[in-house]
Design a protein. Sequence first.
Lengths: 196, 168
Amino acid sequence: MDKVRDAGTWLILGALIAVPIALAVTSPLLAWREPIYIAAGLAGVVGLCLILLQPLIIAGSLPGITRRVGRTLHPWLGGFLVLTVIVHIVGLWFTSPPDVLDALLFRSPTWFSVWGVIAMWSAIAAALLVAFRGKSPARRARVRRLHVVLTTLVAITTIAHAILIEGTMEFTSKLVLCTAVLVAMGVSVFTLRSWR
Amino acid sequence: MTLIEPSRRTIVAGGAALAAGGLSALVVPAQVQAQALAPTPTMRGGANNYRPGAPIVERIGGGGFWMSGTVRRAGDGAPLSGQRIQIWAHTTEGHERDLHSHGSTLTDENGAYRLEMPQIVPAFGQAHGHLAYDAEHNSGEFQTVFLRPLMASSNDTSLEAHFVLQPA
């Protein structure tokens, strides 16, 4: 029975990630975009999928991925997530420098730019915080709590960013993925008692 | 605390003023109405990827999408003819920054302009167009204005943008 449940968990998770990516890479909008713009958009979609995986991995919620394995995997995927953010922004910069500059300076006309930039800084801060957390247990505990606050902010602002955008992601699959991100974040914070 | 509490008298007076305003809209000619016409402010991000001096064209690329609007003078609302408006967008034929995505047109004697261009497609999160009234590429009588109108739906095949220019 457990094997069936485990397989089901991976199947659902796989679909939550594969379906929005498959729909994004077949979006009609791609016909009118240059490769660098396509890569930038896709990096954003992959980043959103990583935000779904990260809390599940660190909480040991996925079959076959124990918390011990998760503690090794989570920082690597975190680094990869920061990389997708960088590719996203650099790719958009090449596509339209003034739009990216407006976003980074918080003077863009679009709200999703504001949420996106907050998400970017929160993700970078969350990663740097852990990279320089030091050795003392008291400090590590403080860093962990702050990391959870920052990554929760990343999840929420990224969802706001993604939902408000009319882009290559198909709307329903995007909504389902974003809901899953919220649930994963909430359940993991609760599972790990992250506020302690 | 009573500062913003309206008395019965102010409400009655306000109502009368509103009614008078509504009535004047029906009986007063449009030209007189427009006397207080406020200038259009430049929109945030409106100037992004602007190419000063883009040539006046019959049509941008293959066409199929219509950008249109009017150019009027602030205050009296007089239509302004011969004003050069630049139009650009991310379309089925190119990115915003591409030179071939840009083109200019002139307003007619009624202050109206209309330019055919390729279909605008959503880019940077929204289906939107860009327009410029650049003082340096006109007589210089009016202040520069950049617009960034949004399409109600990305399936639309036309978009309007209206300029009310502030005398320089």
